[in-house]
Design a binder for this molecule. Structure first.
Ligand SMILES: C[S@@+](CC[C@H](N)C(=O)[O-])C[C@H]1O[C@@H](n2cnc3c(N)ncnc32)[C@H](O)[C@@H]1O
Length: 218
């Protein structure tokens, strides 16, 4: 029953502690709005097999694990071993040890070895690598499967004309190339959500579906 003491799973102190630690240690984790988008999609889509690229300390993994069905399996990739160990501890502490499989290494190198198709992929890794990662993962998506990418506006800079350092400019240019690739991609229909730092949601068209038709009401 909902009364004045009612709490959502995400309001528990244990999760708030993880958010606090991430903040204190400058470990980037998903924004609450992104987390709620993930929660909503996972609740509706009920994906059997989920891939996450960019685990960090497992904060977003926890949201995926909590809101996906019991039968779901989550594979999460992280290239920083220290972070992956922290993530593993967090997942265990929250009781999702059996649901989450960790892969250590560069996602680009790991993805080609996957033999099963994913129903949902969440990309939250190096922002200059999204195009490369998407191209690698798109072959591994089930019909109607979804790829969600976080921070596609990259600190808002993708939609600004600002003088930038070479490094940041490269990331911004790469992100723009990635968004252009999504726009032109006949196999996936992409929508961009103007929440947090921009979230793209790309749905794989099934084989019988008509190919892309441009313009509103697609
Ligand atoms: C923004 S953090 C992930 C945050 C996490 N999704 C969360 O919300 O709790 C990005 C992480 O991706 C990892 N990463 C970046 N590029 C990667 C790659 N190509 N392969 C594997 N891990 C990568 C980084 O080490 C970093 O820990």
């Amino acid at each position: 029953m909902i009364d004045s003491n009612y709490k959502l799973w995400e309001e528990q102190d244990e999760l708030k502690n993880i958010e606090k630690k991430a903040n204190q240690n400058h470990i980037p984790i998903i924004d609450k709005k992104t987390a709620n988008i993930l929660k909503t999609i996972v609740l509706i889509k009920k994906p059997k097999l989920i891939l996450e690229i960019g685990t960090a300390i497992g904060y977003s993994t926890l949201w995926l694990a909590e809101y996906s069905p019991q039968y779901s399996e989550i594979v999460t990739i992280e290239r920083d071993e220290e972070l992956l160990n922290l993530a593993s501890k967090n997942i265990k502490d929250f009781g999702y040890k059996d649901k989450v499989k960790f892969k250590f290494g560069q996602a680009e190198e790991i993805i080609p070895y996957f033999r099963r198709k994913f129903d949902l992929v969440f990309i939250d890794a190096a922002k200059g690598q999204y195009l490369n990662l998407f191209k690698k993962v798109q072959e591994k998506i089930s019909d109607n499967g979804i790829i969600i990418c976080d921070n596609v506006f990259y600190k808002g800079l993708v939609r600004k004309n600002k003088k930038l350092t070479h490094k940041i400019r490269t990331i911004v240019v790469n992100m723009r190339d990635f968004l252009h690739y999504l726009e032109e991609n006949d196999d996936f229909k992409t929508d961009i959500i103007d929440l947090a730092d921009g979230i793209s949601i790309s749905r794989r068209r099934n084989k019988d579906e008509e190919s892309r038709t441009a313009g509103p009401g697609r």
